[in-house]
Design a binder for this molecule. Structure first.
Ligand code: SAM
Ligand code: SF4
Length: 333
C-alpha cells in the first residue's frame, strides 16, 4: 500500500481534493430530471464491490483527497453502506465522509450513519406538496422523506443541507416555502439548475429551466441575502440570512459556470473515473482493480495520469437536447 501523501493537480492547475463515489445506479425514486420512468439497472457484478470502493477510497486519500461524498443512484439502497461509511471514515488523512440521499430511508439510517462517522448529509427535496412531490419523483413518499429529515436533525449531524432542483412550472412557486422549511430547522438549502444529463421525455428542459438568478429574486421577496465566501468544497455559492443559521446556496451549472475552480472527480457505480460531469471522457478503474487486485500504486498512477487529461470545462447549451448520454444516477450527483 502506498504511504506517500501526494497532491492531485490537473494541467489547468486545479487541485483535486474531493471525490464523489457512486455506490449504485439503483434508486427507489424516478425523479423526472434524473431518470426515465422505465430504467434498466446494471447487473450486480458490474458494480464495484464494497471492498473495491474502500480500496479506491484509500487510493484517493493516498493521492491527497480530503473529502469523499457517497452518492448514486440512491446510496441507502446499497447493502453494506453503513459499513462502507465506517471504513472510509477510519482512513487517516481523510477529513470527511459525506452522503447525498433522497431521504426515503433516513428514519432507519440516520443514527447508524452518524455512529459510523458520517459528518454531513445532503437530502434532496423538491416539493412539500404531496401530489407534486409524487409527480416530480414518480413516487408517493413525501412523508417518509420528511420523517427522514427529522431523524437526521435529531441525530445531531454537524451540517445538513437540502438540495432542490427548481423547474419552472413544476416547483418554482415553492421556493420560499422550501427556504422557510430549512430555516425553521436551522439547516442549509441549495437550489440547483437542471442539467441536460440523459434523455428525458416527461418535460422539455428548455421550458422548465429556471436560472439561479430568478430563484434568488424569489427568495429575496422574503429574506435578505448577504453574499458570503463560505464554501463546503462543493459548487454551491452561499448567501447568509441575517440572524439565521441556515444558509441559502445556488448551484448554477448553466448560468455561473464553476469549471475554473472545480476540485472534484466522480467515480460511477461501475468504476469509471469521470473527469468532468459535463463531458463524456472517463477511465475504467474497475478493469484495473480486477486485473491487479491489491496493487494500489497501479491504480494511483492511473488516476494521476488521467487527471492530466481533465478537460478545461463544460458548456451546457440552452436547448432541450441531452448533451451527456449518461443519466445523473449513473454518474452520481
Ligand atoms: N439519490 C440521491 C439524491 O437524490 O439525493 C443521490 C443521487 S442524485 C443523482 C444527486 C443530486 O443530483 C440530487 O440532489 C438530484 O436532485 C440531482 N440531480 C439529478 N439529476 C439532475 C439533473 N439532471 N440536473 C441537476 N441536478 C440533478
Ligand atoms: Fe433517485 Fe436521486 Fe435520481 Fe431522484 S435524483 S431518481 S432520488 S438518484
Amino acid at each position: 500500500m502506498s504511504q506517500t501523501q501526494k497532491t492531485l493537480v490537473d494541467s489547468f492547475g486545479r487541485k483535486i481534493d474531493y471525490v464523489r463515489l457512486s455506490v449504485t445506479d439503483r434508486c427507489d425514486f424516478r425523479c423526472v430530471y434524473c431518470m426515465a420512468e422505465e430504467m434498466n439497472f446494471l447487473p450486480r457484478a458490474q458494480l464495484l464491490s464494497l471492498e473495491e470502493l474502500a480500496s479506491l477510497g484509500q487510493s484517493f486519500v493516498n493521492l491527497g483527497v480530503k473529502k469523499i461524498r457517497l452518492t448514486g443512484g440512491e446510496p441507502l439502497v446499497r447493502r453494506g453502506i453503513v459499513e462502507l461509511v465506517e471504513s472510509l471514515s477510519a482512513l487517516p488523512g481523510l477529513d470527511e465522509v459525506t452522503l447525498t440521499t433522497n431521504g426515503s430511508q433516513l428514519s432507519k439510517f440516520a443514527m447508524p450513519l452518524q455512529r459510523a462517522g458520517l459528518k454531513r448529509i445532503n437530502i434532496s427535496l423538491d416539493s412539500l406538496v404531496p401530489g407534486r412531490f409524487a409527480r416530480m419523483t414518480r413516487r408517493d413518499m413525501l412523508p417518509q422523506v420528511l420523517a427522514g429529515i427529522d431523524a437526521v436533525v435529531d441525530a445531531g449531524f454537524k451540517r445538513i443541507k437540502i438540495n432542490s432542483v427548481v423547474m419552472r412550472g413544476h416547483n418554482d412557486d415553492e421556493v420560499l416555502a422550501l427556504v422557510d422549511y430549512a430555516q425553521q430547522r436551522d439547516i442549509d438549502i441549495s437550489f440547483i439548475e437542471e442539467m441536460p444529463l440523459g434523455q428525458v421525455t416527461s418535460h422539455n428542459r428548455k421550458h422548465a429551466y429556471c436560472s439561479s438568478d430568478d430563484v434568488r429574486q424569489l427568495v429575496e421577496k422574503a429574506y435578505t441575502l448577504l453574499s458570503s465566501t463560505d464554501t463546503t468544497g462543493g459548487p454551491s455559492r452561499y448567501y447568509r440570512i441575517p440572524e439565521r443559521k441556515g444558509r441559502v446556496g445556488f448551484i448554477s451549472p448553466h448560468s455561473h459556470n464553476f469549471c475554473d475552480s472545480c476540485n472534484r472527480l466522480r467515480v460511477t457505480a461501475e468504476g469509471r473515473l469521470v473527469l468532468c460531469l459535463g463531458q463524456e471522457n472517463s477511465v475504467d478503474l474497475r478493469a484495473l482493480l480486477r486485473r491487479y487486485p491489491g496493487e494500489q500504486t497501479r491504480i494511483e498512477n492511473a488516476i494521476s495520469e488521467a487527471i492530466m487529461h481533465r478537460p478545461e470545462g463544460h458548456q451546457f447549451a440552452q436547448d432541450d437536447a441531452p448533451q451527456i448520454l449518461r443519466f445523473m444516477n449513473m454518474t452520481g450527483g
